[in-house]
Design a protein around this ligand. Structure first.
Ligand SMILES: CC[C@H](C(=O)O)C(=O)SCCNC(=O)CCNC(=O)[C@H](O)C(C)(C)COP(=O)(O)OP(=O)(O)OC[C@H]1O[C@@H](n2cnc3c(N)ncnc32)[C@H](O)[C@@H]1OP(=O)(O)O
Ligand SMILES: [Co+2]
Length: 136
């Protein structure tokens, strides 16, 4: 694991939360991106080496809504940047962690991602991210 790539924060309404985090961080949101496969709309802020990723459900029937119903708005997951996501998946499976998607999937902000089940990581939803290098 290289470094924390982003902290995912579940929010009800990006129209409210983006300005709030722009004030909090004194930084502009640099990208909003919908990830159809996850039914989420994301909003990104750069904070040094790590990013903040705000997440709103696209239609209100996805994992973010379910999370908010259960736990309210707040930190949803921690994402780590890895060199080679397939190698990391194999290593983590071998180490006994529960990988939710063994085939990496396209995430937001030019990444291939996978998730570990929080039941295998002391209750923390962990995301692995490998940066997609255009043209490779
Ligand atoms: C990929 C685009 C973007 C990016 O960065 O590029 C994203 O980050 S998208 C983020 C949204 N997508 C995901 O989170 C995908 C992975 N998540 C899942 O598959 C589910 O949310 C899962 C399996 C973690 C939980 O699903 P669900 O709540 O339906 O399962 P259970 O009801 O069986 O809950 C199991 C157990 O887990 C606890 N839980 C749920 N969500 C979280 C969480 N975010 N952090 C910690 N714990 C979580 C839940 O409370 C249950 O625990 P229990 O003790 O039984 O109550
Ligand atoms: Co994420």
């Amino acid at each position: 694991m290289n470094h924390v790539e982003h902290i995912g924060i579940a929010v009800k309404n990006l129209e409210v939360s983006v300005p709030l985090f722009e004030n909090l961080l004194n930084a502009k949101c640099y990208k909003q991106e919908t990830v159809e496969s996850e039914k989420v709309i994301t909003a990104f802020f750069k904070t040094g080496d790590a990013k903040i990723e705000l997440l709103q459900d696209e239609k209100g029937d996805g994992v973010i809504s379910k999370f908010i119903e259960r736990k309210g708005e707040g930190i949803h997951h921690i994402a780590f940047e890895v060199e080679n996501i397939r190698n990391e998946i194999a290593r983590l499976k071998q180490a006994g962690f529960t990988v939710l998607n063994e085939e990496p999937k396209k995430g937001a902000d030019n990444k291939m991602v996978c998730f570990l089940h929080p039941k295998s990581t002391n209750g923390v939803l962990v995301e692995l991210c490998e940066q997609i290098i255009p043209g490779l």
